[in-house]
Design a protein around this ligand. Structure first.
Ligand SMILES: [Zn+2]
Length: 271
């Protein structure tokens, strides 16, 4: 077997000293300077060294290290610095599928536990467990489906790598849901103000804040990460709540059906 002779038309062979190919948009993790076609593994702008054989890590705290504090920092980044978060779709960085999935499931878990906590806080009886379980079942179904890869207008960029990064980061754009402990907290404060018999405006207010944060994070990611047009963003802001309502209805019907079966089964067993 003979090795093929190097072709003179191959793009990299004409620049043998270049560490990062000219068609790769790799940037310095320290300052964002383009590392394209450099001959030394050191950023000319800030002096940071890089490994030319491995894609750099993104500057998203949770994807660098998993901890409570990086989780909180990442929620803050998605909501307060959506441009810095979304720009990672367009950079040649290594977005860990495992870590982005775990971020999404932790967020969904926080939202479900918060929903479960509301009746437990408000109903001072053992039977609070029934609405709590019902709410947990509905929210478990709703949040896990609604935070999935919901594409109203599909994101199809020219290189495949961007689509992979888009999908992985989109899973994290539900970060606003991590604010959902505000809802049981509002239920507790409301009970202290109005007593248990009356429900004030605090609970729906807290729920609205969480939903708006979720919607905002999702939209801001579509705008910054997906570089959507105004028409596509409008489509998102109008259709996404409708889609959420549909998923919620299916969740309520499914959980209601399961509970009806459980009640009928219990009656038959105890007859
Ligand atoms: Zn630099």
């Amino acid at each position: 077997m003979t090795a093929p002779a190097p072709s003179s038309s191959e793009p990299h062979s004409s620049e043998p000293d270049s560490l990062v190919p000219a068609d790769e948009d790799r940037r310095c993790v320290g300052c964002g300077y383009s590392l394209r076609a450099l001959t030394l593994n050191r950023c000319p702008e800030c002096g940071l060294e890089f490994d030319p054989d491995r894609l750099p890590q993104p500057s998203i705290p949770w994807l660098l290290e998993e901890s409570f504090s990086t989780f909180v920092q990442t929620v803050g980044m998605v909501l307060l610095h959506p441009r810095a978060f979304g720009e990672h779709v367009w950079r040649d960085v290594d977005i860990s599928a495992r870590r982005s999935t775990r971020f999404r499931w932790i967020t969904v878990g926080v939202a479900c536990l918060s929903m479960l906590a509301v009746p437990l806080v408000r109903i001072p009886s053992f039977y609070a467990i029934i609405p709590a379980l019902f709410l947990a079942a509905v929210s478990g179904f709703f949040f896990s489906v609604a935070t999935g890869n919901v594409e109203i207008s599909p994101f199809v960029p020219p290189p495949w790598a961007q689509r992979v990064r888009f999908i992985r980061l989109q899973g994290m754009s539900c970060a606003g849901l991590a604010l959902s402990p505000l809802v049981p907290l509002a239920a507790l404060v409301d009970a202290l103000i109005h007593g248990l018999a009356k429900v004030g405006m605090l609970i729906p207010l807290a729920a609205a804040v969480v939903l708006l944060a979720w919607l905002y994070g999702s939209l801001a990611f579509q705008a910054m990460g997906g570089r959507r047009t105004f028409a596509q963003l409008l489509e998102h802001v109008l259709l996404l709540p409708l889609l959420w309502l549909m998923i919620l209805t299916v969740g309520v019907l499914l959980a209601g059906g399961l509970f009806a079966i459980a009640v009928v089964g219990y009656r038959i067993m105890s007859m």
